[in-house]
Write a protein that binds this ligand. Structure first.
Ligand code: SAM
Ligand code: SF4
Length: 358
């Protein structure tokens, strides 16, 4: 393909900043949504030459893209290139029939809904704005509008969450029959309110999280979902094509405040300051990616996926002693020119990859 086939668009606005979140966000700022969309369209115009004529995927992430003033969100969507998959992240409390219809009409093919949990007390710990019924209502409204590719985000390891709570969350999510599920272990992000208040508790429960993760995988695979990436599950082949692009090490263009791009051996990140971005100042941090870094990333990301990873050309990033050790422990299998993590290896994930890399 000529040009970059994946476009990420960052929409930073949220109604409230959840204590555990360290994404690039801005609370409220309704009066700046139009100027922000103008700034995005300007950046897109400047960068359009790097995109392929046939963009494969577009992903609007946040922040809360669906908190953006609706006519501004629609103006943006209408100016973006068409693609096979156009995903928008949505928070349940922002979903209305008007929004779902507008997203459909503007070419959105997939919505990723941030449920996180279905239990009021756990949603409270996360400081979420939605109640369990808001998640169900939002989901039904998206289906009513004709969306046949819906994903739910869940978080596990929320302080106070028992195994029974986790199972109840998984059951509630499965009852909605989403095409895709992302299940993340709650991470204590440095510097967040949540880490200040609950950091010690998260550290104490770290060991129990291995069991929680295995539970998540067992319940979802028993329900017929494919565990196609460490934290992601799908029915049939409804993988998230945009994210698959990242995991396969493809180049992508990211526009917006704080957005990251990886293009032709270089990674760059836009300013995280709203006023600078609105003024057309990107203040890009540029990181050159040498062969070794790209090969290590290719292995780290590629081994998150199910199935064998072709390793031709990546051998120099593998540590032969580490490889022998993980093979001996039954955590990975090497064939001629592929490497595959076993099920046990996939549970241990990052620790296995760290041993494998030079
Ligand atoms: C860009 S974020 C937020 C999307 C949307 N604004 C929301 O809150 O639902 C995408 C997902 O990352 C996950 N996430 C955010 N912060 C996290 C953390 N500290 N630990 C684990 N998962 C996190 C949540 O599941 C969230 O839905
Ligand atoms: S978790 Fe979502 S809604 Fe909460 S602050 Fe982060 S991006 Fe915004």
């Amino acid at each position: 393909m000529n040009g970059v086939g994946h476009l990420y668009v960052h929409l930073p606005f949220c109604a409230h900043r959840c204590g555990y979140c360290d994404f690039v966000t801005a609370v409220g700022r309704l009066e700046q949504h139009a100027a922000y969309v103008d700034a995005l369209l300007r950046e897109l115009d400047e960068e359009r030459h790097v995109l392929s004529d046939d963009v494969e995927t577009v992903f609007l992430g946040g922040g809360t893209p669906t908190f953006t003033a609706l006519h501004e969100l629609v103006r943006l969507l209408e100016a973006l290139p068409a693609a096979e998959e156009v995903t928008v992240e949505a928070n349940p409390e922002t979903v209305t029939p008007e929004l779902t219809r507008a997203l459909r009409a503007a070419g959105v093919t997939r919505v990723s809904l941030g449920a996180q949990s279905f239990q009021p007390q756990l949603l409270r710990v996360l400081e979420r704005g939605a109640q369990p019924d808001d998640v169900r209502r939002a989901f039904a409204q998206l289906r009513d509008a004709g969306f046949d590719n819906l994903s739910l985000d869940l978080i596990y390891g929320i302080p106070g969450q028992s195994v029974a709570d986790l199972e109840a969350d998984l059951a509630a999510a499965l009852a909605l029959e989403p095409e895709h599920l992302s299940c993340y272990e709650l991470e204590a992000k440095p510097g967040t309110r949540f880490t200040v208040h609950h950091g010690d508790e998260l550290a104490r429960q770290a060991e129990a999280m291995e069991d929680y993760f295995e539970r998540v995988v067992a319940v979802l695979t028993d329900a017929g979902y494919r565990w196609y990436e460490t934290a992601n599950f799908c029915r049939g082949d409804r993988r998230a094509l945009h994210n698959l692009g990242y995991w396969l090490g493809r180049d992508y263009l990211g526009i917006g405040m704080g957005a990251v791009s990886t293009i032709g051996g270089e990674r760059r990140r836009n300013t995280t300051k709203l006023a600078r971005y609105l003024g057309g100042r990107y203040d890009r941090e540029i990181e050159p990616l040498d062969e070794g870094t790209r090969a290590r990333e290719r292995l780290m990301l590629g081994l998150r996926l199910d199935g064998p990873l072709p390793i031709a050309g990546l051998e120099h990033a593998l540590d032969p002693a580490g490889l022998a050790r993980v093979e001996q422990l039954g955590l990975a299998e090497r064939a001629d020119d592929t490497l595959t993590l076993t099920e046990r290896g996939r549970y241990l994930g990052g620790a296995v990859t760290a041993t494998l890399l030079r």
